[in-house]
Design a protein. Structure first.
Length: 285
């Protein structure tokens, strides 16, 4: 395994690999790797000749009052995990390498970036799309692997790739969960012991909504109200950012379930204490 810090070197390595006929899989991360990231690496290893793991805490996707400075970082531990999983290259640029002093260009996916997480994090997806497109241009992967936990991010990246004719296949990978259902996230580190015990309420509320739908409830407003009440009754939930039921293909809001509804996305974001957690599930009808 080789660690690369410079864009020029990463590009040169990718060019050589492509000339040799090798397929490249990219696993973009902000580091502090957990089993969810490892599942992405494993899928890349199965699908591609070479796997590139990027580690970069992207300042462009954090708002002014968000957790960029305290976001967990442990490059030594990440490197050990990557080596164990037989990653071929770690691309780990610093901020000045990824964004030069006069960087002025950003990528927006209009409309999709204003709903759900975009309501409370207005610059987030602009930063995500910009850094992901830069990684695609630098690494030139055949496939890129993203987790379904960040479903809105996944949908936005797919739309960006389609609209801008980017020659990469986006592979969406299942969410990895703790035994009690909590989706793995680097931010779970922020949770206190009691907050962690109660954090599974987020996924439980989503499963409750799924059960309501599958047992015949068609009124989205009634389902949403029950789930909001369920979350509000937990004293560790300090704020409900949103609880939405949407079309997973285009993220349009669904107001009523009818005979033409084939599948839907249940998605929510809440604050457990000061920690913002997100989760979702796609339900087939």
């Amino acid at each position: 395994m080789k660690v690369i810090n410079l864009k020029s070197e990463m590009k040169a390595v990718s060019d050589r690999l492509k000339k040799d006929g090798k397929s490249i899989g990219l696993v973009p991360t902000m580091g502090y790797l957990h089993d969810g990231h490892i599942s992405l690496i494993k899928q890349s290893k199965r699908s591609c000749d070479v796997t590139v793991l990027s580690i970069f805490v992207n300042p462009a996707q954090f708002g002014p009052n968000e957790d960029f400075n305290k976001y967990p970082r442990d490059f030594e531990a990440d490197s050990k995990i990557a080596a164990k999983e037989r990653v071929d290259f770690i691309f780990a640029p610093d901020e000045t390498e990824m964004y030069h002093e006069n960087h002025l260009t950003y990528v927006n996916v209009d409309k999709l970036d204003r709903i759900m997480c975009g309501k409370s994090r207005p610059i987030h997806f602009k930063g995500v799309c910009t850094v992901v497109l830069k990684l695609f241009n630098i690494v030139n992967p055949d496939k890129a692997f993203f987790g379904k936990k960040d479903f809105q991010q996944l949908a936005i990246i797919k739309k960006m790739v389609k609209d801008l004719d980017v020659l990469v296949e986006i592979i969406d990978c299942d969410t990895v969960r703790e035994p009690d259902g909590l989706a793995l996230s680097s931010r779970n580190k922020y949770l206190s012991t009691e907050e962690r015990k109660n954090a599974a309420i987020l996924y439980k509320s989503i499963l409750f909504a799924e059960n309501e739908i599958k047992t015949g409830q068609t009124q989205i407003s009634a389902i949403r109200r029950k789930c909001m009440e369920m979350l509000s009754l937990n004293k560790f939930i300090k704020k409900i950012d949103y609880f939405d039921i949407r079309n997973p293909e285009n993220l349009k809001e669904i107001k009523k379930i009818d005979s033409g509804t084939e599948k839907l996305l249940i998605a929510s974001a809440v604050y457990i204490g000061t920690t913002r957690l997100i989760d979702n599930k796609v339900v087939l009808l």
